[in-house]
Design a protein around this ligand. Structure first.
Ligand code: G3P
Ligand code: MG
Length: 249
């Protein structure tokens, strides 16, 4: 018998890194752009500063997305918060700061925006980042109608998130779909498998659903592919193309 699918109170359209390509990724400015394009769910990447403050950043190093240099894990929150995380994108965003997770949680909750919190640990800090981000999610979203979806490529982070906040929904992120995806999803008590869209087929979507899980795909930037995946039953897609792929008005 097919198990029932877990609750999925999420939009099928998720703005990747907040504002996709239209704004500096993982900033509050990106969230404003995502909201202005009608998105009601954002994905963003969270890691810890040297002094254990949760911030939004994708890369291990600050170089690509700020005017600073070096590994994020070596910088204190004060050092990170003084960086310009907007100018690399365009002059319109000059001076945009690195976002704190606390500020993004406050903004999204206040505006009824659902979140996929991707736990993106600095190298070597997988377990502690999973634990701290899950603790913060529990605190920031206590009593919320829609809980954040926690996800990670890093299984030690997911395991810690499960231990610290077992009630919060989790998704396993994979670069390539492993043969034992059913076992891994069960191990971490996940509700969803988040895959590279290149691996998405109708058969895989059906198999994941038949196993009792949701499935989402990153990063879908071709509108025809987005339509195809959603027609196949993909539960959600992450996109950078906020003007072309978005919730219907
Ligand atoms: O969470 C979906 C997607 O963001 C995973 O890849 O590298 O963009 O964080 P990445
Ligand atoms: Mg991400």
């Amino acid at each position: 018998m097919t198990p029932p699918l877990p609750a999925w109170p999420y939009s099928p359209y998720i703005a990747h890194r907040g504002g996709g390509h239209l704004a500096p990724e993982n900033t509050l400015a990106a969230m404003h752009v995502g909201a202005a394009h009608g998105f009601t769910m954002f994905e963003f990447d969270v890691k810890l500063s040297r002094d254990n403050v949760a911030i939004l950043m994708h890369d291990d190093d600050v170089d690509r997305t700020t005017d600073g240099h070096g590994p994020a894990k070596d910088k204190s929150y004060t050092e990170l918060s003084l960086l310009d995380a907007g100018s690399w994108h365009s002059a319109a965003f000059a001076g945009e700061p690195v976002a704190s997770f606390a500020a993004v949680a406050r903004y999204t909750r206040a505006n009824g925006i659902a979140c996929n919190v991707e736990i993106k640990p600095c190298p070597g800090r997988e377990a502690e980042t999973g634990a701290e981000v899950a603790r913060l999610c529990d605190e920031y979203w206590r009593g919320a109608a829609v809980p954040p979806l926690l996800s990670s490529f890093e299984e030690p982070a997911l395991a810690e998130a499960q231990r610290v906040a077992p009630h919060l929904p989790r998704a396993l992120l994979v670069e390539k779909v492993p043969a034992d995806w059913r076992e891994r999803l069960a191990r971490y008590g996940c509700v969803a498998l988040n895959i590279n869209q290149k691996d998405a087929t109708a058969a895989l979507i059906d198999a994941v659903h038949a196993a009792g899980y949701r499935i989402a795909a990153w990063t879908v930037n071709d509108p025809a592919r987005a339509c195809e995946l959603l027609a196949w039953g993909m539960d959600a897609i992450f996109t950078d193309k906020l003007a072309d792929i978005r919730p219907a008005a």
